[in-house]
Design a protein around this ligand. Structure first.
Ligand SMILES: [Zn+2]
Length: 244
């Protein structure tokens, strides 16, 4: 089974040694999810997988709830229909990103994901703050509002003077979000005011942030790594010549 570790993001094949599950049959009388099942039994299955990455090795756990029956004649067998499945550990959060992304941004981003269902308003507020932190940090642009900062980026795009590592496409994406009704209006607010959002606005902002994490910070870290390798090769060549 192919699986992505929710902690480190590594795609891997899960082995028997790294995974296990157990089930529990609970009898609580007839319950709504069971419909008209003759023997309404709640089966919960908890599954755990250990990540294979040496520098991760973290556990992830999920729970599945079924209406069904648990047979155990020689070997356990479960029959039933599932009505709920959820990851119970780690909790809901954003995609994993490497350390190249500033910790303050990752914290806002993760928290924005964690509360997106509970409070889209607070989620969008955190996402806006995260976007503003990035524009200030990566682009070194600081204006009175996020809206004004994006306008500065648009102006610099028009003048062909974008900050290093910032592509035209990312400015296009920001411009698109800035022009969405509520979202654009909120960007003119200063600081962390919590304002109403339309459904999906927090997700749209978080998708933009994910794109910028990759296009700005991860790409810059890779460029620096490649450059360091080139310099290393160059240095070892020079060593060789001087010794030989
Ligand atoms: Zn992992």
């Amino acid at each position: 089974m192919d699986w992505n570790c929710p902690h480190c993001g590594l795609r891997q094949v899960v082995t028997n040694a790294a995974s296990d599950n157990g089930s529990l049959e609970l009898r609580v009388g007839g319950f709504a999810e069971a419909g008209d099942a003759k023997y309404p039994r709640l089966i919960s299955i908890v599954s755990a997988i250990r990540c294979a990455a040496e520098d991760c090795k973290k556990i992830s756990a999920t729970v599945d709830l079924l209406v069904g029956e648990h047979w155990d004649y020689g070997h356990a067998k479960i029959e039933g229909s599932e009505f709920y499945a959820a990851q119970i550990y780690p909790g809901k959060h954003g995609k994993p990103f490497p350390e190249a992304v500033p910790a303050a941004c990752l914290e806002d981003y993760d928290e924005a994901w964690a509360i997106i269902d509970l409070s889209p308003k607070s989620s969008a507020t955190l996402a806006r703050r995260c976007l503003q932190t990035m524009i200030r940090d990566f682009c070194d642009i600081r204006e009175r509002s996020l809206f004004a900062e994006i306008e500065t980026l648009e102006r610099r795009l028009a003048e062909d003077d974008l900050p290093r590592g910032v592509e035209e496409e990312t400015i296009e994406a920001m411009r698109a979000l800035k022009n969405i009704g509520n979202l654009g209006a909120h960007m003119t607010e200063r600081g962390g005011e919590i304002l109403d959002v339309e459904p999906g606005e927090a997700q749209a902002l978080l998708a933009l942030i994910e794109m910028l994490f990759t296009d700005w910070y991860v790409a810059r870290a890779r460029r620096r790594e490649r450059l360091a390798r080139v310099l290393e090769i160059d240095a070892s060549k020079n060593d060789g010549t001087s010794n030989g």
